[in-house]
Design a protein around this ligand. Sequence first.
Ligand code: SF4
Length: 476
Amino acid sequence: MTRTFLGIPATAPAGVGHLRGEESFPVAARRALGDAQLRRNLGHATTTIRAKSAGVIAEVPDWQALRAAGSAIKTDVLARLPELLEQLEARVTAAGGVVHWAADANEANAIVVDLVRATGSDRVIKVKSMVTQEIGLNEALEAAGIAPVETDLAELIVQLGEDRPSHILVPAIHRNRAEIREIFLRAMPGVDPGLTDEPVVLAAAARRFLRQTFLSTSVAVSGANFAVAQTGTLAVVESEGNGRMCLTLPQTLITVMGVEKVVPTWRDLEVFLQLLPRASTGERMNPYTSMWTGVTPGDGPQAFHLVLLDNGRSAVLADEVGRQALHCIRCSACLNVCPVYERTGGHAYGSVYPGPIGAVLSPQLTGVADNASLPYASSLCGACYDACPVKINIPELLVHLRDQVPHPRGESAAMAAAAYAMDHPALYAAAQRAARLSRLTGRRGRGLPPPLSGWTASRDLPEAPAETFRQWWAKR
Ligand code: SF4
């Protein structure tokens, strides 16, 4: 058997999609921290979801065993990803679907634009999907004269507000109802000018607008939460039913899916359908779990296309430690428990993937140098690891990625000097004496001098002990 060597896997290309911010995390986070309304909204929302989730997780006696099973299934999937993807392709094709392979965001966008153009439609309805935001599909469609309409209520609020999502599950978590009313009045076609900010009134306005759009649009675009290789079945889970309208009403359905979303069998899917709702929305099961296999004559979309997207995932897979980030099922539990996310919100991360998982996934998809501040957007408290339903060790990943961040020359030189001193006992003893001297000369409490001052800008400089270990040891 001959093998084709494809070289080092590519990271997600720059200039397309939403994986890179325009400013570093500390700069963006500082601005977010000054927004009292944002912090109130975030604090309220994350506290509510956390409590709800903890309650329903406590009901499951074998929750830890389920987590272990989810983790083991994902490890198995990544170990034989090519085989499972080929099986998925064969099953989807046999069921009447068409499978497309996209190496990156540019290829995926071009495939979807061509497919929509071929239908003659100038509008698509969209199911809430992280991956289409990752690749900037809406911008690509608009550039081609095709109008994308988000149908998830929160995504619709974000789209009409010309805003960016700030949470994986609750994209408009940073908006309160007065702001939503103002957005609807400004941007929703045909909205009642007497609209109030009552949640039920806002939901009814969105429903009227969306029903009209569902009934007059022939193409839908979705992501996928899971794909079962065994039968070629795709699955989307959601809470509103708007996703199901998109998946069943149009003539053509185009699904864009990250390659890591495949699971081997229905037995495996069963594990994730138990883990996901309890960890994400704090529900016992998803209100709407839609599944479809290819095309069924006379029922639902009569053309189905599946776009399998890499966009840096092969590069993540190539890293033995980093690859566990591909286990993520996008439940957002790690966001809801993260003390950093709770205070800064999602926009500060600059990527469509915010919070702890964003801090480890985005830099890996783009290459660490392009998102160098994100691995530091954490206190390493470990709450994300405890909350993750598939046991991704996010703190371990953060430390792993910090090691790959290009460090300033001064810091690298200081570390090299420290390593040299530790390798030479006499020099090390002299350095310890110098440290004690700094204690006597009053450096204490003032931080280190440049170029090391960055390190002590947010940390206390530990006081050098009056006696070193070596001196203590020598006395005995
Ligand atoms: S890393 Fe874990 S907790 Fe965070 S979104 Fe992914 S699956 Fe959920």
